[in-house]
Design a protein around this ligand. Structure first.
Ligand SMILES: Cc1ncc(COP(=O)(O)O)c(C=O)c1O
Length: 482
């Protein structure tokens, strides 16, 4: 297959080359009526719709069918799909495909919020799998084969195992292949949120891709580590255990009926980018990365941590929190992917041989940011202190409280209430507290501490004047509908 070809991009160029006059949506008429700046407006020429010759994402037979087939070829999938609502819609669709209301799913606890939303929308029950603590990144890492085996024994009727591979911080663990084999032995499919691993297909030293390890459905944010535009993702299916027609139907229900051709073109381009990424490109990237890390490591008081994914590195300065370091880096024009209490996370560019990236100037800027850094006290737990046994057993009935009244209560009074919605540090978007979970003093203190340190939150927590408040289910728990 000739992966330099870009069927979507080429069809759009041919269409625009015919000087078309628009009497169709979108209303900006190839950008003519748009008040956007000229360089942004230029992209609107490509923002068209399902016109003759431009196929239909929901019933593809022409260039979109070809482009998706080329995508499946790169990743070794039976069938691949373009997603225009991020990996979020991929997670919603893959989970709804395998389960119905009341069904049980085995779900890695440190999953992205979209996984929990998917469980809730499906009316399913999630059995939470406690991940292992990752010493390198000091974060919750991968789930172990032992944990999954135990859960499979206890919940043989589970409709699927949902894992995050890699984590936001680039942790993969080494058990995914065994997890897949054990699950398949019981006829249970493995659904992988590989939002951060679309580039793994380029091979070692990158971890093996989830599809290669036998996963049944895999979702990838092509916009996170490849060249696609924000919102543009891939979904792949490779399974005897999953009904692909049902997956296609559900995707069609969940995705917009007006998919953006600009996003679709960028997905086509991202597929070509990764499919043509050569061994020489990879070696050049690794050399560049090694030099970058060497230079950063020479900066006094700065620690560079490598993760299992060579595209991610962490920077730490022991006397300052990650939030403070992030702020200081922003002062010199360097924007990181995220900060936590200990560190900041850099997502490196997957450079091909022909493209360079500023290195010297970046290292100089990082050095000046570190020198300017306000030292603050970092108070972080050494290890995840959650009670593993208890959380491993925890079952959430995610839709049971959705109609109850809620109220905002100050942090001092929130102990013992159930959270009305998830409480989510963002980024990374992994709920610290799940919707319906009971708040206790430790959780409340942790949220308040993180907010004081500079973490941003979504969901059932807010700052209201001087107070931090939590949204909780009302004490009486009255059902709106009686
Ligand atoms: C692990 C994980 N899964 C899924 C998502 C959702 O991806 P998207 O932003 O493409 O919808 C994210 C987003 O950050 C994520 O980190």
């Amino acid at each position: 297959m000739d992966h330099t070809k870009k069927p979507v991009v080429e069809a759009l160029q041919t269409f625009l080359g015919s000087q078309p006059v628009s009497f169709h949506v979108p209303g900006h008429k190839h950008g003519l009526l748009s008040g956007l700046p000229e360089d942004l407006k230029a992209a609107l020429r490509y923002d068209v719709t399902e016109l003759t010759g431009l196929d239909d994402l929901h019933a593809p037979t022409e260039m979109l069918a070809e482009a998706q087939m080329m995508l499946a070829d790169v990743y070794g999938a039976d069938q691949s799909f373009f997603l225009v609502n991020g990996s979020t819609v991929g997670n919603l669709a893959m989970i709804r495909t395998v389960c119905a209301p009341g069904d049980t799913l085995l779900v890695q606890r440190n999953a992205h919020k979209s996984v929990f939303h998917a469980v809730e929308l499906a009316g399913a029950q999630a059995v939470l799998l406690t991940p292992e603590w990752d010493e390198a990144t000091c974060t919750a890492g991968a789930v172990s084969k032992t944990t999954v085996e135990e859960a499979l024994e206890r919940y043989p009727d589970a409709k699927g195992v949902v894992v995050t591979y890699p984590t936001y911080y680039g942790t993969t663990g080494s058990d995914l292949q065994t997890i897949v084999e054990k699950s398949h032995d019981k006829g249970i499919p493995v659904l992988v949120d590989e939002a951060h691993g679309a580039h793994f297909v380029v091979g070692t030293p990158f971890p093996a891709s989830a599809l290669r390890l036998g996963a049944d459905i895999v979702v990838q944010s092509a916009h996170k580590t490849l060249s696609a535009m924000t919102q543009a993702s891939f979904l792949h299916a490779n399974s005897q255990l999953v009904d692909i027609d049902r997956l296609t139907r559900i995707l069609s229900m969940l995705q917009t009926s007006s998919p953006s051709y600009v996003l679709l073109a960028s997905l086509d381009d991202a597929r070509a980018m990764i499919a043509t990424y050569s061994e020489d490109d990879k070696q050049a990237f690794l050399v560049w990365r090694g030099e970058f890390i060497d230079q950063l490591s020479k900066i006094k008081a700065l620690e560079v941590i490598e993760t299992e994914d060579p595209l991610k590195i962490l920077l730490r300065q022991k006397e300052a929190s990650g939030y403070t370091l992030q702020h200081s880096l922003e002062e010199v024009g360097i924007y990181t992917e995220l900060a936590d209490e200990r560190q900041v996370l850099f997502v490196l560019p997957l450079l091909p041989e022909a493209i360079s990236y500023p290195t010297q100037s970046v290292c100089e800027a990082v050095e000046s940011a570190v020198q300017l850094l306000q030292r603050d006290s970092v108070q972080v737990p050494e290890k995840d202190e959650s009670n593993e046994e208890e959380s491993r057993k925890l079952i959430i009935t995610t839709s049971s409280h959705s109609k109850k009244d809620t109220e905002w209560v100050p942090a001092e009074s929130a102990n013992g209430f159930q959270a009305a919605a998830a409480i989510i540090p963002y980024p990374p978007g992994i709920p610290l507290v799940l919707s319906g979970e009971q708040l206790n003093a430790q959780l409340i203190q942790e949220v308040c501490h993180m907010m004081d340190s500079g973490a941003k939150f979504q969901g059932a927590v807010r700052v209201n004047g001087p107070a931090t408040e939590f949204e909780v289910l009302s004490a009486q728990g009255e059902d709106w509908n009686g």
